[in-house]
Design a binder for this molecule. Structure first.
Ligand SMILES: Cc1cc2nc3c(=O)[nH]c(=O)nc-3n(C[C@H](O)[C@H](O)[C@H](O)COP(=O)(O)OP(=O)(O)OC[C@H]3O[C@@H](n4cnc5c(N)ncnc54)[C@H](O)[C@@H]3O)c2cc1C
Length: 436
């Protein structure tokens, strides 16, 4: 890489940068090791591509692990890697449907271990503790390198095809792609929430607060918990606090909403995290003080990464809209089949602190490949919640069952694009596909 001079926005001259070494060249480079990124990397590697996966946290899994989510939505109609993950978790007695476990719950540590094992078996080169900080685009508007920072300093990575699975669309934004954030009218984003893991709860005694047998009783359970906390002097910032049963010694709690913060602003993410962690302490202490079924409740952990519902939605060659969801639109180049409802968490506490479906009823629909192809840059694909969609559509397809299926399709497509049988010409043709 060439040396360059730069200055920050206050005009202070930064000393000449050190030459950035190109530390690897590969076929497919996946940025972000969440549900979408891991499955993209597995699928690319299994299709024969030399694949690198770069993740900023110290584990794979994104919201599943660093985010301590423990609950997989919209997996029921999915095959492939999603089914394989569920099957292997069950075999470890740690996944949805295992004996004594809820139908969508899994164990965070088992998920970490499993994703590491699967990437190792597929010969994905994994780099943890490494953040993508820049993207280099050539004169033909093709992404050629990304730049990372880590304990090894600043490094450049070259690949034939890149996949942005950072959730927030960091790489696409660094490459100069256009994007949208938040609601189209007022610009507000859905709130962030910090997940927590709890123990010391008797499943029978707290059944009114976590009844998992059907959606109606789940709604009632949330109301019960909210009212109980209020009665005990602690009103959570989320009016539908949810206690997820994982197994008889472990529960996950989602009880806070951090309003008005941007997921792509480090100060905002910091403030949201500090506020949320303090609120969780307060909630757990209030529960314990209330005695009875809660007298032994204890906090096992709060998530390392606060959960982001919304980051950037990168502009693609097709943008999914709420109409696609209501019509149940099928696509000629489908990469994923979501069935989940629209789930918009309040963007402003003055208008309520819960969630709703914004009046949109979903008919199972499909996501086209074009929504994962950025409109502005070649050599880059998208997977997960940063694909191209409007505010409402995103509120449905963002869940992890869909992230995995998208990742699997996109990883396979990326490998196909870089396979030796592809000439530069037909690769250009493939990338030039533009329908409506
Ligand atoms: C509080 C909350 C509750 C939710 N509840 C559910 C639920 O119950 N079930 C469900 O299925 N879904 C749920 N969702 C939605 C779902 O979690 C996300 O939409 C999902 O994480 C999308 O997967 P992803 O792989 O696109 O993104 P992520 O899981 O966010 O993964 C992105 C990965 O990229 C990494 N990364 C980010 N930036 C960089 C960078 N610059 N360089 C390197 N690595 C980077 C991150 O560390 C992370 O590992 C919830 C979301 C939130 C916030």
């Amino acid at each position: 890489m060439e040396k360059h001079r730069s200055s920050n926005k206050n005009g202070v001259t930064v000393p000449e940068a050190l030459t950035t070494p190109v530390v690897a060249e590969c076929d497919v480079l996946v940025c972000g090791g969440g549900p979408a990124g891991v499955s993209a990397a597995l699928s690319a590697a299994r299709s024969g591509a030399r694949t690198v996966l770069i993740e900023t946290h110290g584990c794979l899994g994104g919201i599943w692990t660093a985010g301590a989510l423990c609950w997989i939505i919209d997996h029921e109609n999915k095959g492939g890697i999603m089914r394989e993950i569920l099957h292997r978790l069950r075999a470890m007695d740690c996944g949805p449907g295992s004996e004594n476990r809820a139908s969508s719950a899994y164990d965070v540590e088992s998920m970490k271990y499993l994703l590491e094992a699967m990437t190792r078996e597929a010969r994905v080169r994994v780099r943890l503790h490494t953040r993508v900080v820049a993207a280099l685009v050539n004169d033909q508007r093709r992404l050629t390198h990304i730049v990372t920072e880590s304990k090894s300093g600043r490094e450049a990575w070259k690949a034939k095809m890149f996949i942005d699975a950072t959730g927030d669309g960091d790489v696409a934004a660094q490459a100069g792609c256009r994007f949208a954030v938040g609601h189209p009218e007022h610009g507000e984003s859905q709130p962030m929430s910090l997940m927590a893991l709890l123990t010391g709860i008797d499943p029978e005694l707290v059944r009114p607060f976590h009844n998992r047998s059907n959606p109606a009783s789940q709604e009632l359970a949330k109301k019960n918990l909210y009212q109980y906390l209020k009665k005990n002097g602690c009103t959570p910032s989320y009016s539908a606090p949810t206690l997820f049963y994982i197994h008889e010694n472990l529960y996950a709690l989602m009880a806070n909403h951090e309003y008005g913060f941007r997921a792509t602003n480090a100060d905002d993410v910091t403030q949201a995290t500090l506020r949320a962690r303090a609120e969780i302490q307060n909630i757990v202490q209030s529960l314990r003080r209330s005695g009875g079924a809660w007298s032994r409740v204890a906090l096992v952990a709060t998530a390392e990464q606060i959960g982001t519902r919304e980051g950037r939605r990168i502009l693609g060659r097709y943008t999914l809209t709420h109409e696609d969801l209501t019509l149940g639109r099928q696509q000629p180049d489908a990469i994923c089949s979501p069935t989940f409802c629209v789930d918009v968490h309040s963007t402003n506490p003055a208008r309520g602190k819960g969630y709703d479906n914004a009046g949109v009823i979903v008919t199972p629909y499909q996501i086209p490949l074009r929504a994962a192809q950025p409109a502005d840059v070649d050599g880059l694909l998208l997977a997960g919640r940063c694909i191209s969609g409007d505010f409402i559509a995103h509120a449905s397809y963002r869940v992890t069952g869909n992230a995995v299926e998208m990742g699997e399709s996109i990883g396979c497509y990326a490998a196909l694009c870089v396979s030796p049988s592809q000439t530069t010409e037909n690769l250009r043709e493939k990338e030039a596909v533009r329908v409506s």
